[in-house]
Design a protein around this ligand. Structure first.
Ligand SMILES: Nc1ncnc2c1ncn2[C@@H]1O[C@H](COP(=O)(O)OP(=O)(O)OP(=O)(O)O)[C@@H](O)[C@H]1O
Ligand SMILES: [Mg+2]
Length: 394
């Protein structure tokens, strides 16, 4: 899957924001409070809505009135994603629209649509269309030869008006588009890595992917060591190159059957347990485990990866994010680091600027002067420092 555009209305500082032609690797810069975290939170909001319902997803964000753009309390929140996705062996441009509003003080799904074109021409077919808990989904979408009249529309009533239809229907195999979209959202990884969560011994529960907080890092490290030995060696080699002294990292079983990470410094006989290695060492290991994942997430979002890391390491880290995106996982990164941005192509860079409380977005590749300067050999991070990204600085 690849998201190609995002349109947002009335979500926090995004009164009306549209990002078009989104590349596989997308890097967002912007002053404090311009909406970088808010943009990533759109993905988090969808995931939470799917896991529970929109009422709960709003509640953990302060409630509808806190989430909707100030002054727009009488209107609705709209989120529209367009993405390319393989459905029944054909790549389709799918649109997912979600409109959330209030009904007598309760948040409700005012509209939810999943649509895509069945052929080259014609208007997109609505495979799922719901309003306030009622609507239909198409059950024979594989019969693409059928005329619109021959498609089976199955009317459905959801349990409540705050539940997403893609949740209510998604688990049923026959709603192909809905179930594929649902499983993609479930596999999104919005990183919320906490070094403290990654430390300490862990129950050796099976896990192949690093969790958003990183609290299963020891378990995943052991999984990669045991099942993808070559990849683990690449990770180790990079750790040795980037963190002075590190010669080995191992997930060791403790006496009570749990797992703990141990870091060997070549200068000393005994390794350090993760509690006593530096923050940056933990963070670098986490990124390597995340980015060399044998099976990339369809969408990975990471905020400010530069935190705790030595500046000269950021160039290679940015390239590793880009190659993760090349391997099939779309990546969104926010950064305050010119060193990181120096390693990013102009096509990947977007910047946010705020005017009167409302955020606008700009594409670096649409900016003629920036394009010319980079063609002539300038690097984006230096150009950012020199003020060429108009309106980005506070
Ligand atoms: N309901 C709302 N309506 C309008 N603006 C809002 C609303 N809720 C929050 N905001 C604004 O959005 C800002 C939060 O933006 P966000 O956290 O996405 O910024 P950021 O770009 O991640 O900043 P930083 O670089 O500091 O992490 C708040 O500081 C506030 O100004
Ligand atoms: Mg932020």
């Amino acid at each position: 899957m690849k998201i190609v555009s995002i349109r947002i209305k009335n979500y926090r500082a995004f009164e009306s924001l549209e990002i078009k032609s989104i590349p596989a690797f997308c890097v967002i810069i912007g002053a404090n409070g311009t909406g970088k975290s808010t943009l990533f939170d759109i993905f988090g909001f969808l995931r939470d809505s799917l896991k529970n319902n929109i009422r709960q997803a709003l509640q953990i964000r302060g409630g509808f009135n806190e989430v909707i753009t100030r002054g727009k309390e009488q209107e609705d929140i709209e989120i529209e994603l367009k993405f390319r996705m393989n459905i029944l062996n054909k790549e389709r441009l799918v649109t997912y629209l979600l409109v959330v509003g209030q009904d007598i003080g309760r948040p409700v799904v005012k509209r939810e649509v999943l649509k895509y074109k069945r052929g080259e021409y014609g208007s997109p077919c609505h495979f799922l269309d719901f309003q306030k808990g009622k609507g239909y989904a198409i059950t024979n979408e594989e019969d693409f030869e059928q005329t619109d009249e021959e498609l089976n529309r199955e009317e459905q009533q959801l349990e409540s008006q705050d539940i997403l239809a893609i949740k209510g229907l998604g688990q049923f195999q026959r709603f192909k588009a809905a179930s594929a979209f649902r499983s993609l959202i479930e596999n999104w990884h919005v990183s919320d890595f906490h070094i403290s969560d990654a430390r300490g011994s862990k129950d050796a529960l099976y896990a192949e992917h690093l969790s958003p907080t990183g609290d299963n890092m020891a378990v995943v490290a052991q999984y990669i060591y045991q099942n993808h030995y070559d990849i683990f060696q690449v990770v180790l080699k990079k750790m040795r190159e980037r963190v002075p002294g590190i010669s080995q990292v191992e997930a060791k079983e403790t006496e009570d059957g749990r797992l703990i990470l141990k870091f060997q410094d070549q200068a000393f006989k005994d390794p350090f347990i993760d509690r006593y290695v530096s923050d940056g060492t933990m963070k670098m290991f986490a990124y390597l485990i995340l980015l060399f994942d044998p099976q990339p997430h369809p969408l990975l979002c990471v905020e400010e990866p530069e935190n705790q890391l030595y500046p000269s390491l950021l160039h290679e880290l940015a390239e590793e994010f880009a190659s993760y995106a090349d391997r099939g996982g779309q990546v969104f990164v926010s950064t305050h680091s010119p060193d990181f941005l120096n390693a990013v192509s102009l096509n990947s860079i977007f910047w946010l600027a705020k005017e009167q409380g409302i955020t606008k977005i700009f594409r670096a590749a649409d900016h003629e002067i920036l394009k010319r300067l980079v063609r002539e050999g300038d690097l984006p991070g230096y150009l950012w420092n020199q003020g060429w990204f108009e309106g980005v600085a506070p």
